[in-house]
Design a protein around this ligand. Structure first.
Ligand SMILES: C[S@@+](CC[C@H](N)C(=O)[O-])C[C@H]1O[C@@H](n2cnc3c(N)ncnc32)[C@H](O)[C@@H]1O
Length: 397
């Protein structure tokens, strides 16, 4: 059976062409600076201080390129260390960083189990990697040992229900073709996939489509030899027993029972999240942040002192959509979640520029402070659950 390293040498993942760096920046969570700040540092990090980053299992470089580009573009000091088992993946990541002329990135080939030897880091990105380790707890402990005292982790791990149909096919293809070299295994499995009926859970799964995108995607999804998924409860336990705790999810709304069910009084937060995951059924990965120490959270910072920051949408565009009532839903995975934002919220939204405190934004409102604060509660309720707004000082000079 091809080992994990052989797989990623044969099929660097995700499949990327460095020439595309001139055309687009691939973005995604974790590892947006504002999102990191919101969940890990109560939105109060001093970004004039160098951010020492480890990208653990960096693959072909999506997380690395995104973070380096954003930090470099915003003139924020950083130093990024990339490590991955696969030299083929590293070559692609290096070429992407070179194409963008991004400074302050160092590349290593090796195992993340050895990262404590590489130094101490304020932030570790580990996206789509820990679930491929034979002992994920050992990985979490190694990352913890490389973290600075006030540091944090951005993670993505697979979740079981949204990956419905994946694991039976991985088992079957590994039993049938696992003795073959990776390229030959892929060829045979792709041929067999044509005979898998339309009624198979994978073929009916609306949220998983990597196997249709590229050979690397097919291999990563359906031929992996080392792959497990975690319910949010299992993941929280794994974090707990390795010295971490969950600091926040990129889209906390997914784990909220509101609109799904009324939990019995006193149900603990992780049981609520687990129940929401079970009821939704489509969550295919858990994306979020973890810390080792408990620090202040955004909720501990006075509302007026927080600096709101929109993710992936300009404030003018969002304000216009709200003013004209054209924003009715937010689409997450296969679902649409209704948004209740009155048109009067538009002027507050228009004031969000990532640099101005909420107190300053509210002071500009002619309609009065109490009304502005009531509207702001509605804006938070609409945007925070879906990771569309964060509190962060990262653009403040
Ligand atoms: C699914 S890819 C994810 C790549 C990247 N983080 C991303 O999100 O696009 C998993 C990567 O983890 C790497 N990997 C797996 N086990 C590792 C280990 N023990 N140490 C370092 N890298 C590892 C693989 O080589 C592969 O590049």
């Amino acid at each position: 059976m091809a080992g994990v390293r052989d797989q990623y040498e044969a099929f660097p993942y995700p499949a990327r062409d460095p020439r595309d760096e001139t055309k687009r920046l691939i973005t995604g969570s974790p590892s947006f600076p504002a999102e990191m700040d919101h969940h890990l540092w109560a939105g109060q990090r001093d970004w004039s201080q160098e951010l020492r980053v480890l990208v653990a299992g960096g693959g072909t470089g999506d997380g690395l390129v995104q973070l380096a580009q954003r930090m470099h573009g915003a003139h924020r000091p950083y130093r990024i260390t990339y490590i991955d088992l696969s030299t083929a993946s590293r070559k692609v990541a290096e070429a992407r960083v070179a194409a963008r002329k991004l400074p302050d990135v160092t590349f290593h080939t090796g195992s993340l189990l050895d990262v404590p030897l590489l130094g101490t880091f304020d932030y570790i990105d580990c996206c789509g990697v820990l679930h491929h380790l034979p002992d994920s707890d050992a990985g979490l402990r190694a990352l913890g040992a490389a973290l600075a005292p006030d540091g944090g982790l951005g993670f993505m791990v697979y979740a079981p229900y949204g990956r419905s149909g994946v694991y039976p096919l991985q088992a079957a293809f590994n039993r049938l073709y696992g003795h073959l070299p990776p390229k030959s295994m892929l060829k045979h499995a792709k041929a067999t996939m044509k005979a898998v009926p339309a009624s198979h859970p994978l073929n009916r799964n609306p949220v998983v489509g990597d196997h249709k995108q590229s050979d690397a995607g097919f291999y990563d999804l359906l031929l992996h030899s080392q792959d497990r998924a975690y319910t949010i409860g299992q993941w929280s336990e794994a974090l707990g027993r390795t010295g971490w705790h969950l600091a926040g999810m990129a889209q906390p709304g997914l784990y909220d029972l509101a609109g799904l069910a009324e939990p019995p009084e006193g149900m603990d937060p992780i049981a609520r999240m687990t129940t929401a995951e079970e009821l939704r059924g489509f969550i295919k990965s858990h994306v979020g942040y973890a810390r080792r120490d408990t620090g202040p959270t955004v909720d501990d910072i006075p509302l007026r002192d927080r600096i709101p920051h929109l993710a992936n949408i300009a404030s003018g565009a969002l304000a216009k959509a709200v003013a004209t009532r054209s924003l009715r839903n937010i689409t997450v995975g296969p679902e649409k979640f209704p948004v209740a934002l009155p048109p009067e919220a538009a002027s507050l939204i228009a004031g969000i520029d990532g640099k101005t405190t909420l107190g300053q934004i509210i002071a500009r409102e002619s309609a009065g402070e109490d009304r502005a604060l009531r509207l702001w509660t509605k804006i938070e309720t609409a945007l925070l659950p879906w990771g569309m707004m964060h509190y962060s000082r990262w653009l403040v000079d």
